[in-house]
Design a protein around this ligand. Structure first.
Ligand code: ADP
Length: 630
């Protein structure tokens, strides 16, 4: 028997494993099963090129056994096995393929989290074992060897009498502590659960002798049972996403979704994806039919389950989904991703970025198809998840707006239903150049805005916006198909005829003094002017510049009253054709006090119509009552 030391890097990781208090210990089984599966793959691959080597693929398997009295779990395979040198080199050094990139200054907790996420192969077994015995016979050697280790102090290597090729790993499970009940793993149900969760789709059978009760004949009426042991295959072997669509019923997909992602409802859409090329992968994506219960919680984690050839490497890989599709659930399985890949490496991996890009494009395409082929379904989807998509348009300085612009829909004033921007544009009047919108707290309220009439009279449609992200979304888009978005609340709508414009200009010129003294009185507005754009309403508020009144409301609603000093530049517009116009002129000449009161009332009326708060409601109601009493 020979005693050897671990390499120093391996020692550090081992130490972390053995003393780990937090890490998700469950992954040890996944790691060992995955090693066994690799060994079977290697043997099978060798048999394809080596004519001497006869391998019956159907006999390749992984076996699990446990003994709760002896406190052992045994994982064995009849794969390629390891020579003496391989046992020393492979198990004495931390895996070459995916060394975790521990960065300087990383906390022990961070390191543990990393290990929990990805495992570090074989060594993770030390999280639950105080002794590990590996017996192996390589296909290339007539002798078998046994490797044994109690942890950081090193390992021993000795000869073994094992006759058949393959590897047997025996874990001696730690004694229970006050915090951790290691005996938990020495349980048939628990092992089955772990295999099901992490290794269900390993392509070789994972077998275990399982107990079940069988009824036996009995003399009296009471049924009698005896416990029998029978071999069971614990894994389903072929993942549902690797099966072709005609092999799987819609119900199967729905059940898979509901079980895997804990939803009580079937998804509104299932998207199957299969890509072959620079990076190959298969996947299933699901769009829930309703908002996940914790979707707006800050702890909500987006992401898809990431598998490396049937082995779960990350439960929620957030990097696979853009934020605007954070509601999408699903699995991605790629043979081109190594199993022991660290989170950092994964994040920087170009393969992952490529998959993310493909998934993004795929979801968009599928949604566009749904939008054109099944409008009712799309509307239902959009009512549920339209908000995150509209955020997506304006997020990151509109980086993704071009991709998403055909997915967003808005309520049409003319058609009284949600329409796409493309539909708006295709229905535009011949002389119409701009896309008009108006925003408010409800469709009804927006429809009542005084400014609506002028646009409607021209026969132009108006998009009625009711969610506060809407206007930010359109502002980010700025235009669609070369047609600019224009808020009908803006002061320079420019819909008047030449004559109308001249008439307005003249009226404003004639009353310059009066209008500027009104402005003096109302500090909040930039300007007071006559307008011809109103039909029946006496007044309205419009805005100049980038910030609309609706946007200001959004900023005003920010927490801590911190609206960042953002203010709409408001203009009070007075209907020149309304009787109030001549009344004002008259009062300005003959009764300044009354003129001042009228100005205040009109301004507050305009604020009410715009849905803005009234600063001094008592003063306003007194003023109105005074006038009413005359
Ligand atoms: P990784 O699997 O990422 O390489 P591990 O630490 O899990 O890292 O394993 C180290 C190496 O030990 C493997 O690459 C493989 O060569 C060898 N090995 C582990 N388990 C087995 C097994 N059951 N059969 C054959 N070789 C194995």
């Amino acid at each position: 028997m020979e005693k050897k030391q671990f390499k120093s890097e391996s020692k550090r990781i081992l130490d972390l494993m053995i003393n780990s208090i937090y890490t998700n210990k469950d992954i040890f089984l996944r790691e060992l099963i995955s090693n066994a599966s690799d060994a079977l793959d290697k043997l099978y691959y060798r048999s394809l090129t080596d004519k001497e080597l006869k391998v019956d693929k159907d006999k390749l398997e992984i076996n699990i056994d446990f003994d709760s009295k002896a406190r052992t779990i045994t994982i064995s395979d009849n794969g390629i096995g390891m020579t003496r040198e391989e046992l020393i080199n492979n198990l004495g050094t931390i895996a070459k393929s995916g060394t975790l990139e521990f960065k300087d200054g990383m906390s022990e907790q961070d390191k543990e989290n990393m290990i929990g996420q990805f495992g570090v192969g074989f060594y993770s077994a030390f999280m639950v074992s105080d002794k590990i015995t590996v017996t192996s016979k390589s296909i290339d050697s007539k002798d078998a060897y046994v490797w044994e280790s109690l942890g950081v102090d090193g390992f021993t290597i000795d000869e073994s009498s094992k006759k058949s090729n393959g590897t047997t790993v025996v874990l001696h499970i730690k004694e229970d502590t006050e915090e951790i009940n290691y005996s938990d793993y020495l349980d048939e149900y628990r092992i089955k659960e772990l295999v099901h969760k992490y290794s269900n789709y390993i392509s070789f059978p994972i077998k275990m002798m399982c107990e079940h009760k069988e009824q036996v004949d009995s003399k009296d009426d009471k049924p009698k049972y005896k416990t029998v042991k029978e071999e069971e295959t614990l894994n389903s072997m072929v993942p549902i996403w690797k099966k072709s669509k005609n092999e799987v019923s819609e119900e199967d997909y729905n059940n898979f979704y509901m079980e895997r992602f804990n939803d009580y409802d079937k998804p509104i859409k299932m998207i199957q994806t299969s890509v072959e090329g620079k990076i190959s992968y298969k996947g299933l994506l699901f769009i829930p039919s309703h908002t996940p219960f914790n979707y707006y919680d800050k702890n909500y984690e987006k992401g898809l389950s990431l598998y490396s050839n049937g082995v779960l490497i990350m439960d929620k890989c957030g990097d696979l989904l853009p934020d605007y599709f954070a509601f999408v659930k699903g699995v991605i399985d790629s043979e081109d991703l190594p199993l022991n890949i660290s989170r950092e490496t994964l994040q920087e991996s170009s393969s992952l970025k490529l998959i993310e890009k493909n998934i993004d494009t795929k979801i968009i395409k599928e949604l566009e198809t749904m939008q054109s082929d099944d409008r009712e379904k799309y509307i239902s989807f959009f009512n549920t998840f339209g908000t995150p998509i509209k955020y997506g348009v304006y997020d990151n300085f509109g980086e993704n707006k071009d991709k998403l612009k055909d997915l967003v829909m808005f309520y049409s004033n003319n058609e009284d239903k949600l329409i796409t921007l493309k539909e708006y544009v295709s229905n535009m009047k011949e002389n119409q150049d701009k896309i008009y919108y108006a925003s408010g707290s409800s469709i009804e309220k927006v429809k009542q805005m005084p400014q609506v009439d002028q646009v409607k009279d021209k026969g132009y449609d108006i998009l009625l916006l009711t969610e506060y992200v809407d206007e930010f979304c359109l502002t980010a888009l700025a235009e669609y198909d070369n047609h600019k978005f224009v808020n009908i609340e803006k002061d320079d709508l420019d819909l008047e005829t030449k004559e109308e414009k001249e008439k307005t200009e003249k009226a404003n010129k004639e009353s310059t003094d009066m209008l500027s003294s009104m402005k003096e009185l109302i500090k909040d507005v930039e300007e007071v002017r006559f307008t011809n754009k109103l039909k029946n309403n006496p007044v309205c508020l419009t805005s100049k510049g980038e910030v609309s009144i609706e946007m200001q409301k959004v900023f005003d609603a920010m927490p801590n009253g911190n609206n960042m000093g953002i203010k709409a530049q408001m203009v009070l517009e007075i209907n020149e054709n309304h009787k109030i116009a001549s009344r004002l002129k008259d009062l300005y000449e003959n009764n300044k006090d009354e003129f001042n009161n009228y100005t205040k009332i009109l301004y507050n009326e305009a604020r009410l119509i715009a849905g803005l708060p009234i600063d001094n409601p008592t003063e306003l109601s007194n003023l109105i009552s005074d006038i009413m009493s005359k």
